[in-house]
Design a protein around this ligand. Structure first.
Ligand code: ZN
Length: 322
């Protein structure tokens, strides 16, 4: 890639937009329009990450690292320069498109009573959690027309995975959860329950809000996350499946903390086996892990849906074992 192409890429991806899209929030503004906040690259307790939106540069007084948006992507995603460039090129096409899609699906949610009642059946009763997670609904057969009207070419929609080869909306009758750089769709009709857009599921869900807690609750599914958050457990995060990718695992290990593993208690033991294996891996990295046993055949979602409350769940946390 030429020097000129790299400069163009850096202009297309403002550093501030990129770090904010990865859950960074500035804590305060200082002279010259510069911003300070917790460092997303190391476990930070007081804001030591300086970002200059005018120069598109960052520097961390804690871990001593700094540079431009490409350097940030290298460090944040733990990849080499060419992969960081590839990620940024993909991101600058995808991010604005996904924002439009998320807004559209959020409006659709309140137009479809079956979707709202599905959320209620899964225990999501407060509008606060729906707002907080920016949950939407994909009815199908309408996203493509709407985005086309906004001027997005069909090829871009196919490349993003929003439209399939036949030209139809990929997400149909699905509750949609926005992730960093991806979407997760959960069917409300049971068939093929899970769907991500092509690409990585990314890091742990909502990690920037959670990482500062000394105790973190890890669940498998976003509906588990939602009911726990709603019950007041805001130190919850989600791996979207009981297999963690390398980045998610590294996030859990980036500071001294206790991780409560609350995986599904299913008949075939797969959740419990995954929790046991994960617990051993975390202990090996010096992280305190505790496995939480739910009543048989429960996941955190069904536990709350079937009448469990915050007090009972707290007791399960206290009874957790290594
Ligand atoms: Zn740092």
């Amino acid at each position: 890639m030429s020097r000129k192409a790299l400069d163009e890429l850096k202009q297309q991806v403002p550093l501030l937009d990129y770090v904010q899209a990865h859950d960074w929030q500035p804590a305060r503004r200082i002279a010259g329009g510069r911003l300070m906040g917790l460092c997303p690259l190391h476990s930070d307790h007081k804001p030591s990450f300086l970002l200059d939106p005018n120069k598109n540069l960052f520097y961390c007084y804690g871990c001593g690292r700094g540079g431009d948006v490409i350097r940030f992507a290298e460090l944040y995603h733990q990849v080499r320069f060419p992969q960081a460039v590839a990620l940024l090129r993909e991101w600058c096409g995808l991010a604005p498109l996904l924002d439009q899609v998320i807004d559209f699906y959020r409006i659709q949610l309140f137009r479809h009573r079956d979707a709202v009642s599905y959320l209620q059946d899964r225990g999501l009763r407060s509008s606060e959690v729906i707002e907080q997670m920016r949950i939407g609904y994909a009815p199908g057969r309408c996203l493509r027309a709407w985005l086309t009207q906004l001027g997005y070419p069909a090829s871009a929609l196919q490349q993003a995975g929003l439209v399939n080869r036949e030209g139809n909306d990929a997400f149909t009758h699905r509750i949609v959860f926005p992730l960093a750089g991806n979407l997760y769709g959960r069917s409300i009709r049971g068939s093929t329950p899970h769907l991500f857009l092509p690409g990585s599921k990314g890091g742990l869900y909502g990690w920037e809000q959670v990482r500062r807690y000394p105790e973190v609750i890890l669940v498998e599914g976003l509906f588990d996350y939602a009911v726990l958050w709603q019950a007041g457990f805001h130190n919850v995060t989600c791996s979207m499946g009981n297999h963690l990718n390398a980045r998610q695992f590294q996030q859990l290990c980036d500071a001294t903390r206790t991780v409560y593993l609350v995986f599904d208690s299913d008949a075939n033991q797969s959740g419990q086996q995954a929790a046991q294996w994960m617990s051993r891996r975390l202990w090996a990295q010096g992280v305190t892990a505790r496995r939480v046993s739910l009543p048989d055949a429960h996941d955190p979602n069904s536990f709350f849906v079937q009448g469990g409350d915050a007090h009972q769940f707290q007791r399960l946390l206290e009874a957790a074992h290594p």
